[in-house]
Design a protein around this ligand. Sequence first.
Ligand code: NAG
Ligand code: NAG
Ligand code: NAG
Ligand code: NAG
Ligand code: NAG
Ligand code: NAG
Length: 587
Amino acid sequence: MGELFLKILFCLFFLRSSQGGSPYMGYKEASSFATTASPEGYDYIIVGGGTAGCPLAATLSKKYSVLLLERGGSPYGNINISRFENFQISLTDTSPGSPSQAFISTDGVINARARVLGGGTCLNAGFYSRASPRASWDSELVNESYPWVERQIVHWPVLAPWQKALRDGLLAAGVTPINGYTYDHVFGTKVGGTTFDRDGFRHTAADLLSSGDPENLHVLIHASVQRILFDTTKGDRPKAVGVLFKDENGDQHRASLSSSGCGDVILSAGAIGSLQLLLLSGIGPRGDLEKIGLPIVLDNAFVGKGMADNPMNSVFIPIKRPINKSLIQTVGITKMGAFIEASSGFSHSCESINCQHGIMSAETYSRMLTHVPAHCNGTQIGQLSTVPPKQSTLEMARAYAESKATLPKECCRGGSILAKIKGPLSTGELGLLNLDADEGPSVTFNYFNNPLDLQRCVYGVRTIEKIVRSGSFAGLIDDGAYSMEALLNMSVRANVNLIPKQTNDTKSVEQFCKDTVVTIWHYHGGCQVGKVVGKDYRVVGVNGLRVVDGSTFIGSPGTNPQATVMMLGRYVGVKILREGLGNEAEI
Ligand SMILES: *[C@@H]1O[C@H](CO)[C@@H](O)[C@H](O)[C@H]1NC(C)=O
Ligand SMILES: *[C@@H]1O[C@H](CO)[C@@H](O)[C@H](O)[C@H]1NC(C)=O
Ligand SMILES: *[C@@H]1O[C@H](CO)[C@@H](O)[C@H](O)[C@H]1NC(C)=O
Ligand SMILES: *[C@@H]1O[C@H](CO)[C@@H](O)[C@H](O)[C@H]1NC(C)=O
Ligand SMILES: *[C@@H]1O[C@H](CO)[C@@H](O)[C@H](O)[C@H]1NC(C)=O
Ligand SMILES: *[C@@H]1O[C@H](CO)[C@@H](O)[C@H](O)[C@H]1NC(C)=O
């Protein structure tokens, strides 16, 4: 009886969610591999069921057997992922089973990587906007691939008041023309698509799996790949033949490519995961690999170099009464290389703790503060707990919490306007800290090392100043009397990263940019086309191995990359089918 009731609830839940792409329920726990593994092996083994891996797996499964290995769990039935209003909860969840794995780059910027079927599309702000064309892409196939994604999971937003105010402010600040509602990357001000439907329900890359062929598509969750296996005995190049992975109980399995086929292992584990796996599998700079005691499969000095993260700087706009939540809907695309976006209202529920700055989400917990409602006391989300234990002293936590506590409360009730820098031009690197695939590597981005990045940020912050001065937020902000310096001051005191602050942060916009930099989670670039992979996304120097995800980008595509990363998964899938099967690809 109870079970039937649950099943009915479950169905209602998914019927409601299936207005766009329908949920994919065909995944299994990784331990099931012990009894269900195909004895012949698989045509394609895809590592990472994320933003690129899901559309790629669905597409290849139309003609080939595909094993998709995802280290995280399922997004379905988790309201922290599916509901718009819970946006910040998953992102700041630091528990071991969290869909978001926190890390801190050596720059002192708090960051996160996805660990869930559907990847970053389960955690992000939902904004959907295409990239401008790239020379290495077949633009006709690009134009076929975006709509395949859009038909299934993309919606047009109902413009929130905060987003209307941003639109009007951008126009007043000269970010013209107004381009209306469009997916295209065009200069001026526009409203983009969203993966949240009108009921506030999130659609993700995992939904794209439901358009695969269920006979050919094998999806395992909690399958954590440890390394790629190579055959170095035949021919003159190493050939990828399979992967080793651990299941949810820690037991190890070996998945193999079918010996008859000419398929590949494809890494779609993201800008950090794919690199970490290449290095752990012996593909990378010889010196770095030797230092950590890894046997070399292929010496490639470029692996892990050129890592980049687009700096994001936010200006918090305080208001005195609560405002409706909104995530990115409007964007200003300036010719000077700064993108302007905004969010509002992620601050007045218990989950949002004392002073949740929406997409900043670098918050500490409420227990130490005196003005927290009793029923919220002890809420322990916040990324401070991700600081390595030795540095995470009680004093540090208290100082961090106090710095938030003295912020005007209305600041936390408002919203923010943010600048993301195009590119960026500053680059860093990724290196292994140890041989454990489940632990994060060391990541450095060197934000603002390149002076042009800093100029772009200054331009962005000055544009935000013009927007604030335009009065377009007047109806939403009760007290319009804040000077820009006071606004910058609050943003500095919000203490959003672990970078020491300077006394001239509000006097010098350059210094403000450097000291309040956070991530917009669009890091990329350690596995670039032309250096680590070719135009066909095959890893140069070995056979049977490709990388298809954001790690291959030089520069973050569009304003926000999820559209392009999903497109890329579809694009490469179709290309492989057509090149391998010609007319028989039927796609
Ligand atoms: C959602 O988040 C809340 C608050 O952090 C937590 O108590 C709950 O367990 C989470 N739910 C799931 C399904 O993870
Ligand atoms: C692809 O679509 C864009 C508009 O989104 C258009 O400008 C371009 O000409 C198209 N390219 C091809 C080859 O059809
Ligand atoms: C805020 O959201 C509520 C509930 O969704 C809605 O009824 C109200 O009209 C919204 N307010 C504004 C100003 O949009
Ligand atoms: C919150 O809980 C702690 C103990 O867990 C207690 O010392 C503190 O007084 C509580 N604060 C409030 C505002 O209830
Ligand atoms: C900025 O904040 C500091 C304290 O951190 C304060 O002394 C100073 O007066 C503030 N300046 C403005 C313009 O609000
Ligand atoms: C701000 O002050 C710091 C410390 O005094 C100094 O190193 C830095 O150059 C100053 N920044 C600017 C842009 O003047």
